[in-house]
Ligand binder design. Structure first.
Ligand SMILES: NC(=O)c1ccc[n+]([C@@H]2O[C@H](COP(=O)([O-])OP(=O)(O)OC[C@H]3O[C@@H](n4cnc5c(N)ncnc54)[C@H](OP(=O)(O)O)[C@@H]3O)[C@@H](O)[C@H]2O)c1
Length: 315
């Protein structure tokens, strides 16, 4: 044992000691979730990461027990999950790389997490998916998220699958990109930023996840949780710029041109900004029904989310 009770891969049979286990605890959502566990009256939580070097960046609390586990080892994951009623699965990728593709990063890791949750006797898996997830999609990202959802739904465990839009918060990729775009004199956006978004405050998502973990799952529930306002990407940048007291000139890169450039770049490198990613980030975020009421969450107004985000911008 070292560093605040950290155990690296505990021996078989040793209890994880938490009532929630979070896989991908160093993700943006994971960090926000652990901050709520630290600050609020939340249950003990096992924070599972796959690299020891990220441990120092995790929120620290006596209620949080970090574990380093190879996500490919469902037996090791099961050891980390021991004693947890709920497993929250946050590990996943949008950008593929030379070492990580949608199959390994989104599908296989989900298979291992679910297998481990079952072996550990967890009663509830909470899986963060994406709007547009569909196992029949022609888009590799949406297909992989759809396949991951199916693995969770077919696991025999109680499950809540939450499909999310662009997540906004100081630590999220979307939050950082928005601040960068709104801070400069001009911002270049795909398709003029005409696609419609339903940005969700990452703290709202985390409160929802913790709320789900407190209840035993009644079967499998799949729902869309989006933010309170619909607006275009362009309008979102303008709203953030307004908050920062700046004027931003929006410039457009045609989507077809970006796809062509991504196709050419794909000839010399794997992953990065591929056509699949471009299609995901320029998709309209539309839902038939927002699950905020069903999940018992009061959504933060977008203006408050933007105000908090803009406060974190370095002066
Ligand atoms: N952020 C959004 O706007 C958004 C929107 C819709 C859905 N989601 C989903 O919500 C979840 C959390 O998102 P996030 O933005 O908080 O994630 P994030 O900050 O990008 O973190 C990704 C997490 O996945 C892990 N990971 C990356 N590649 C992996 C691989 N090949 N195998 C196993 N684990 C891998 C990372 O671990 P390492 O650091 O060790 O690589 C990290 O813990 C993800 O499943 C994401 O797809 C996010």
């Amino acid at each position: 044992m070292d560093r605040g009770g950290l155990l690296l891969e505990p021996p078989v049979g040793q209890a994880g000691g938490g009532r929630i286990a979070v896989v991908g605890a160093n993700s943006a959502v994971g960090a926000a979730l652990l901050a709520q566990v630290r600050d609020d009256d939340a249950p003990d939580t096992v924070a599972v990461v796959r690299r020891p070097e990220v441990l120092a960046g995790l929120p620290q609390s006596p209620r949080i027990t970090p574990r380093v586990v190879d996500y490919g080892r469902s037996d090791r994951l099961a050891e980390a999950f021991a004693g947890a009623d709920a497993v929250v699965h946050l590990a996943g990728i949008l950008f593929e790389s030379r070492t990580s593709d949608y199959r390994s990063g989104n599908v296989e890791v989900t298979r291992a997490v679910v297998e481990a949750a079952r072996a550990a006797g967890a009663r509830h898996v909470v899986f963060i998916s994406s709007l547009g997830a569909d196992p029949r999609s022609r888009n590799g990202y949406f297909r992989s998220k759809g396949e991951a959802e199916r693995i969770v739904a077919d696991s025999g465990l109680g499950a809540t699958i939450i499909r999310t839009p662009l997540l906004l918060g100081p630590g999220t990729a979307g939050g950082r990109a928005l601040l960068a775009a709104a801070s400069g004199p001009s911002a270049r956006v795909l398709g003029g930023g005409a696609h419609r978004l339903r940005p969700l405050d990452v703290d709202d998502l985390c409160r929802t996840i913790l709320g789900c973990c407190e209840q035993p799952a009644a079967g499998v529930r799949t729902c869309d949780l989006v933010g309170p306002e619909t607006l275009t990407h362009r309008e979102l940048i303008e709203r953030a710029a307004d908050r920062l007291d700046r004027e931003v000139r929006i410039r457009s890169t045609p989507v077809w041109l970006a796809r062509l450039a991504a196709g050419l770049a794909g000839l010399v490198r794997a992953g990065g900004l591929t056509a699949a990613v471009i299609d995901v980030i320029t998709s309209d975020e539309t839902v038939e029904r927002n699950a905020d009421g069903e999940l018992g969450i009061t959504l933060t107004p977008l203006s408050d989310t933007l105000a908090r985000l803009c406060q974190t911008r370095p002066k």
